[in-house]
Ligand binder design. Structure first.
Ligand code: DCP
Length: 630
């Protein structure tokens, strides 16, 4: 349900930029001879020539629509070029489109807060840039204005198709006596036109844009004049714009809520909503949605542009139409393997490139029952904490699927047959940047003197290195000891492996019994407080074999491995005397071992592990192997 947010200011300058027939442009850049030719991109699916997912504007002129299949498009436009999306693992591989989207985002983010909203669209908050421009070089002071700005559509100017269009727009842009809010939008139009030209020059892609005082209006406007054009929504034009706008065209009203407004209230346009009081709408749809509807009818929307250049989640999915629907657990597992491998690669790339960690894995499926009248029941989506590595993702995804299937099929009758899966996807979400500059586990690996660099760190380039530099002491990295509560998860080595028992917790664990760690977040200079450990120990103190004690040390004992680790097990007395550091470089640590560590430590390690998993020295598949004598 939509949530109303107070309009933060009606003089913000917000732009929504949307690429034109994006996948087609990406393909045309790859194959320049297709430029100017009717072209469409089709799904990887040979049935009736595959479904169209992007249609170039030349083909649209000939009547080709996205709802068509390749064969139909060929009938309508025999000269059309149909390009099939690249394929990997038996499914569409969208990487080239994602990467092309990233190229565009990196350009559009040059002038203000930038939110990547999808593979080919972004929101920009250009308020500061527009205010600066207005102060320093207001449009009225400009001798000439670029063609691209003059081609803008300004709602309410009634200049479309007019021979004098550019003159009329120029007058509006340079109107000394104009509404101050319009002046800001005029500056926004100049900035956006410039950004769009930069995108064209640097990527060869065209895009369209809407420029308004909020996200909702900007989004509405960007689609009004395509391709390669921009539309401005002055405050004075909002009422007319919304009056005639079909209710279903409004973002968030395309579904059930919009249908209810049509059917239950007879509301057909956004303007029709104006006759309802806020209280009435709240009575009908709840407080939040009621207020949101009331605001929407007036073109008000307080949603902020979030600073986000990277996707919010990663998903890998596949549709199985008609006879290709999946009917057995093993076929589902085979596909989950493909999907999890793809997801794992993308997570790894995100981790290495952007130092971000995903926390939640969700499995979605569409299913129907062949034996049941209850065919409308939805297959439940299931989530769990995300574990890195394709194998672990797969294991968890299979469990989630089976959990969903049990619920879907109603296990009372224990009937698991007669289902078909038509869509399957795995999604990684809650992606969070790893705080850099923390008082870090890395100091426990080779040459861990706070002033020294580890082997790994010294191989990193300067900029990376400065981000990874560890902060010690003072407010920036305060570790609170809490002897009474052991708050890190223990890693239990007893299951089938050598066990290391710890007798003296206070001696061996004080530095790691952290309740709260203040982390100096170097990237934004703010101190953020992280409650790192919440989980309870699973064993009594003194009984637990924990990796953590191997990670506590002081700088004078660096580089030493425990001489007491004979045969992988330690006696109580040996433990008391031991100086325990891990004598391994980070890149010697096997990934499956990292997976056994507490999540907070995993996050740090993943950020540091270089992209050379293949080169990793495999000591063993379990943490226990790291405790044998060196
Ligand atoms: N896309 C897809 N499946 C869909 C819709 C779109 O894979 N059902 C892909 C192909 C599009 C891209 O997403 O090129 C962006 O979708 P848009 O809806 O923005 O449409 P286009 O960019 O293709 O065209 P337009 O110029 O109308 O925005």
């Amino acid at each position: 349900m939509p949530v109303a947010r107070p309009e933060s200011s009606d003089s913000r300058v917000i732009a929504h930029v949307d690429m034109d027939c994006f996948y087609v442009q990406v393909e045309q850049r790859k194959q320049p001879h297709l430029r100017g030719q009717p072209t469409a991109v089709v799904q990887y699916n040979s049935w009736q020539g595959g479904g169209l997912i992007a249609v170039g504007y030349e083909a649209r002129k000939d009547g080709v629509k996205r709802s068509m299949r390749g064969d139909e498009a060929k009938k309508v436009c025999p000269q059309i070029h149909l390009i099939t999306v690249p394929v990997a693992r038996g499914k569409a591989d969208l990487n080239i489109y994602r990467n092309a989207g990233s190229e565009v985002v990196s350009i559009l983010s040059r002038k203000g807060k930038c939110e990547r909203a999808s593979i080919d669209e972004v929101y920009l908050d250009l308020t500061d840039a527009a205010e600066k421009l207005l102060k320093e070089t207001p449009p009225e002071s400009l001798e000439s204005i670029h063609e691209e700005v003059l081609k803008s559509h300004v709602l309410g100017l009634n200049s479309n198709g007019d021979d004098n269009h550019k003159e009329i727009v120029k007058e509006w842009l340079q109107n000394k006596n104009g509404d101050p809010r319009d002046k800001l939008l005029a500056c926004g139009a100049l900035i956006v036109a410039d950004l769009r030209l930069q995108v064209l020059q640097e990527t060869q892609f065209t895009c369209s844009a809407g420029i308004a005082h909020n996200k909702m209006l900007a989004k509405l406007a960007s689609g009004m004049n395509k391709p390669a054009q921009q539309t401005v929504v002055p405050f004075s034009s909002v009422k007319d714009l919304l009056e005639a706008l079909p209710i279903k065209k409004m973002k968030q009203l395309g579904g059930k809520l919009g249908s209810s407004l049509q059917v239950d209230l007879g509301v057909n346009t956004v303007g029709d909503l104006l006759k309802y009081s806020e209280e009435k709408l709240q009575d009908l749809y709840g407080v939040n949605t009621g207020t949101w509807l009331w605001n929407t009818a007036r073109g008000m929307n307080g949603e902020e542009v979030e600073e986000r250049l990277l996707p919010k989640s990663h998903a890998s999915g596949k549709t199985f139409r008609g006879p290709s629907a999946l009917k057995t657990l093993s076929s589902v597992e085979n596909w989950l393997k493909e999907l999890c491998e793809e997801l794992s690669e993308r997570l790894q790339t995100d981790l290495e490139t952007n130092k971000r960690i995903a926390h939640t894995l969700t499995l979605h499926a569409d299913a129907y029952k062949t034996t049941d009248t209850d065919s409308h029941k939805k297959f439940p989506s299931k989530s769990c904490p995300l574990r890195y590595g394709a194998g672990k993702l797969l294991e968890d995804a299979i469990n989630l699927f089976q959990g969903g299937l049990r619920e879907y099929m109603n296990p009372m009758g224990n009937q698991f047959c007669g289902w078909k899966i038509t869509n399957l996807s795995v999604t990684a979400s809650k992606i969070i940047a790893i705080p850099s500059g923390t008082s870090s586990i890395t100091k426990y690996f080779h040459c861990q003197d706070p002033g020294e660099k580890s082997d790994l760190l010294s191989t990193l380039n300067d900029s990376h290195e400065s981000e990874l530099k560890m902060e010690f002491g003072g407010e920036q990295s305060t570790i609170t000891h809490d002897e009474s509560e052991t708050s890190f998860d223990r890693v239990d080595l007893s299951s089938g492996h050598e066990s290391c028992s710890t007798s003296n917790q206070n001696e061996l664990q004080p530095k790691l019994s952290i309740k709260e760690t203040k982390i100096n977040h170097l990237s934004n200079g703010k101190n953020i407080r992280s409650n790192v450990h919440k989980r309870k120990p699973t064993k009594e103190k003194g009984e637990t074999s924990s990796i953590l004690r191997f990670l506590q040390t002081n700088s004078s004992q660096l580089g030493q491995t425990s001489s007491a680790m004979e045969g992988g097990s330690l006696t109580k007395s040996q433990n008391r005397q031991t100086t325990n550091t891990w004598g391994y470089n980070l890149d010697e640590i096997d990934q499956s071992v990292v997976d056994e560590l507490p999540r907070e430590i995993q996050e740090e390690l993943y950020a540091l592990l270089p992209r050379k998993k293949a080169n990793m020295v495999k000591r063993g598949s379990s943490i226990a192997h790291y405790f044998s004598p060196k």
